[in-house]
Design a protein around this ligand. Structure first.
Ligand code: PBG
Length: 327
């Protein structure tokens, strides 16, 4: 037989495969999201996210030391706020002595070289469970009034020493509003990683369990994007660019690799992907049942993000993956 082009020649052993391999994932590409709670010596397992915990600040620092040794140098902090501190105006979101600010300060004191990302959105702090302020009579999510609170939250986190702000709220104009406020207050080095294309997704379920932050009423469809759309993601990206974002993010990840790809093709900013809680839960659950190979599924998913064009990956697998990659 005369088959002149045989692609299998480039796959015949590990040496040639390594030489022609196009995409890699390294621990340096990963951001580890971590859940924080108040108190001491608390490490409470999150049922729907095996291997993930609500950590008190002491345990949080131990976890970060481990990540650092494995080469993961950036963490994203999500505080689980006690119900009694939540209210309709989400005032705890900008409490400089609150759990979130204390956690950020503790990390920067213990590990100045670790980058800390703080979330910008009201849902963990608001009694409504929404990312924005809610009009009590109509139930409408109030865009412009929310921006004022988000800016207070941004300045609170910046004062605590946060390196990267991640606005995950999906209000219109928030990146620009936060950027201008940061400039006015002298925080010219604070990065904004915008949740540019954040979809109203079923894959956030376990995260909302972890923070007890599910909306009490209604859903998030008037601010988070319709999963059917992709042109809209490019429009959001254009706005975030002119409003002063440093990095654009797509969320969720695995069901949205096309969006990551399209964004990467259309921007000169770095692109991040959020491998969300539901994606984590699916691999953990299937591998606990013995239905898939955990380690291979993890590395294959993370590599897929890189192949799709993601520079940075936020993933609850950060520690698992870094261990595997260091082997
Ligand atoms: C809240 C926020 C959510 C996530 C990150 N920030 C949940 C939501 O929008 O309801 C989800 C992360 C995950 O599922 O891993 N602003």
């Amino acid at each position: 037989m005369m088959i002149l082009n045989r692609p299998r020649r480039n796959r015949q052993n590990e040496v040639i495969r390594s030489m022609v391999r196009e995409n890699f994932v390294l621990p340096a590409h990963l951001i580890a999201p971590l859940f924080v709670i108040d108190g001491k010596d608390q490490k409470i397992p999150i049922k729907s996210m095996p291997g993930q915990f609500r950590l008190s600040i002491d345990h949080l620092l131990t976890e970060i030391a481990e990540l650092k040794n494995l080469g993961v140098k950036c963490v994203a902090i999500f505080p689980a706020i006690e119900d009694k501190l939540k209210n309709e105006r989400a005032t705890e979101a900008f409490n400089i002595d609150g759990l979130n600010a204390r956690a950020i300060r503790a990390i920067k004191e213990a590990f100045p070289e670790i980058l800390v990302m703080g979330d910008i959105a009201l849902d963990p702090y608001s009694s409504t469970g929404h990312d924005g302020l809610v009009d009590p009579s109509s139930g409408e999510i109030l865009n412009d009034q929310t921006l004022e609170v988000l800016a207070l939250q941004a300045i609170c986190e910046a004062k605590a020493g946060v390196d990267i702000l991640g606005p995950s709220d999906m209000m219109d104009g928030r990146v620009g509003f936060i950027r201008k406020t940061l400039e006015q207050e002298g925080f010219t080095n604070t990065l904004i990683m915008s949740y540019t294309a954040k979809y109203a997704s079923a894959f956030y379920g376990p995260f909302r369990d972890a923070l007890d932050s599910a909306p009490k009423k209604g859903d998030k469809k008037t601010y988070q994007m319709d999963p059917s759309n992709s042109e809209e993601a490019l429009r959001e990206a254009k706005l975030d660019e002119v409003e002063g974002a440093d990095i654009l993010m797509v969320k969720p990840g695995l069901a949205y690799l096309d969006i990551i790809w399209r964004l990467k093709q259309s921007t000169h900013l770095p692109v991040a992907a959020y491998n969300v809680s539901g994606e984590y839960a699916m691999i953990k659950a299937a591998s606990e049942k013995g239905w898939i190979d955990h380690d291979r599924a993890v590395l294959e998913s993370l590599t897929a993000f890189r192949r799709a064009g993601a520079d940075i990956i936020l993933t609850y697998f950060a520690k698992d993956a870094a261990r595997l990659l260091n082997q």
